[in-house]
Design a protein around this ligand. Sequence first.
Ligand code: 9UX
Length: 72
Amino acid sequence: GMKRIHVRVTGMTCAACSNSVESALQSVNGVLTASVALLQNKANVVFNPTLLKDEDIKNAIEDAGFEAEILH
Ligand code: 9UX
């Protein structure tokens, strides 16, 4: 089955920031859905855990230029 995680994303200051994080996540092979809430500094990501680990989601956000922390 799919896995859903919530991620704290810091460093986003405008809607273009959150849109670029969302696009970066959506382009990762194995990500089913990704939505980023600018005002809550949160990303919700659903992915195929046979293709990706939590750490891969964190790394994709950091590669887009923001800090990321996986939440419980
Ligand atoms: Mo908005 Mo974010 O002008 O890196 S895109 S601050």
